[in-house]
Design a protein around this ligand. Structure first.
Ligand SMILES: [Zn+2]
Length: 350
């Protein structure tokens, strides 16, 4: 057993804290072969709810398909429970807790991601607006602005990003849904739009997902009542700018301003990385053009795929960074998550 797998095993043996993975792409094809097992493993590690976040219209159906597969997995477990119950009443309570809730509950956010702006059309916006009526998600996302590559900064591209961002903020207001923001290298522009717009995070909630700005920007989003989404990047001691920004926001606003997420299959916590290749399967972090995303690629076997089961590492690093007790932090993160997603899921340990 390697040092890494030993420490992972040791970690899994520790206490289980109920957690919400506020941002995943667990519907991506890179999980097709072992999603069921990974979902069970996530639940064992504390993940009670996870959000499947949209980015391209053509994959919206996939989100619902994966959500349904979670539901049928739970139902299978429940019917297994009934059988056991009728045969052996003595194991009733144990079986109930183990079988009925063996995978996290899955939820959906629908949105057209700024990184794929070239692929979105007006027809997608209209079709999405219809879906909000018929198959109401819990949030609109991920939406925002991204000028990571040179092409994305070009005025035509950036104007289209702004148009799609504002149109989807309009939908969030019309449907009274929280938003999940994806903002990269465009914090000032995004803040300017949000300050002008009728979208009110204080009333509707909202998350600045995988927050990547500086101290002032962190505080500016929190001031607008957004929670800052913290990923596995926080586990990297070299992520100094991010760590300082999170500390600064917490110093001013308290731990109430944070939520956690895996953003899987990206953002693998440093202790779960087994390969030196930490590029995104998507090309998001490499500056490549956004053609397709998270497909199985035979050439990328060494890719450090992140999974929802890795979420406790984010809790662990945050707890160390902020010097807040893990149990206390986990409880607060739960309450922050349901506030930002406008939900009322009861904390399992209350
Ligand atoms: Zn994402």
């Amino acid at each position: 057993m390697s040092d890494v797998s030993q420490s992972v095993a040791a970690h899994q043996a520790q206490s289980r804290y109920p957690l919400i993975d506020t941002h995943t792409h667990f519907d991506a094809p890179v999980f097709d072969e072992d999603r069921e097992i990974e979902a069970q493993s996530a639940y064992k590690n504390g993940v009670e709810h996870l959000v499947l976040v949209g980015y391209l219209y053509r994959h919206f159906d996939r989100l619902y398909k994966v959500k349904r597969s979670f539901e049928s997995q739970s139902q299978l477990q429940s019917s297994g429970y009934s059988k056991i119950k009728s045969e052996k009443t003595s194991v009733e309570s144990v079986a109930a807790s183990q079988l009925e809730t063996i995978v996290p509950k899955a939820h959906i956010a629908l949105g057209l991601h700024p990184f794929y702006i070239e692929q979105h059309t007006e027809a997608h916006l209209q079709a999405m607006a219809k879906m909000l009526d018929k198959q109401r998600p819990i949030a609109i996302g991920e939406i925002g602005l991204d000028t990571f590559t040179k092409e994305m900064k070009e005025s035509e591209n950036f104007a289209k990003q702004q148009h799609f961002f504002i149109s989807q903020l309009d939908m969030a207001v019309a449907h009274q849904l929280p938003v999940m923001l994806h903002i990269r290298k465009a914090h000032a522009d995004a803040l300017a739009i949000l300050k002008e717009h009728a979208y009110d995070a204080k009333a509707l909630g909202g998350i600045a997902h995988s927050f990547s700005g500086g101290e002032q920007e962190a505080k500016a989003f929190v001031k607008l009542s957004f929670k800052l989404g913290v990923t596995g990047q926080i586990t990297n001691p070299n992520a100094k700018k991010l760590r300082r920004a999170i500390q600064a926001a917490v110093a001013e606003y308290g731990i109430e301003c944070l939520v956690i997420e895996t953003d899987c299959p990206d953002m693998t916590p440093i202790m779960c990385q087994t390969s030196g290749d930490n590029s995104s399967a998507l090309g998001k972090n490499s500056g490549q053009s956004p053609n397709d995303e998270w497909q199985k690629d035979e050439n990328q076997q060494d890719y450090n795929r992140n999974v929802p089961a890795n979420l406790p590492w984010v809790l662990e690093s945050l707890s160390e960074l902020l010097k807040v007790d893990k149990a206390l932090l986990a409880r607060q993160l739960w309450h922050n998550s349901i506030a930002s997603l406008a939900q009322s899921w009861p904390y399992p340990l209350d």
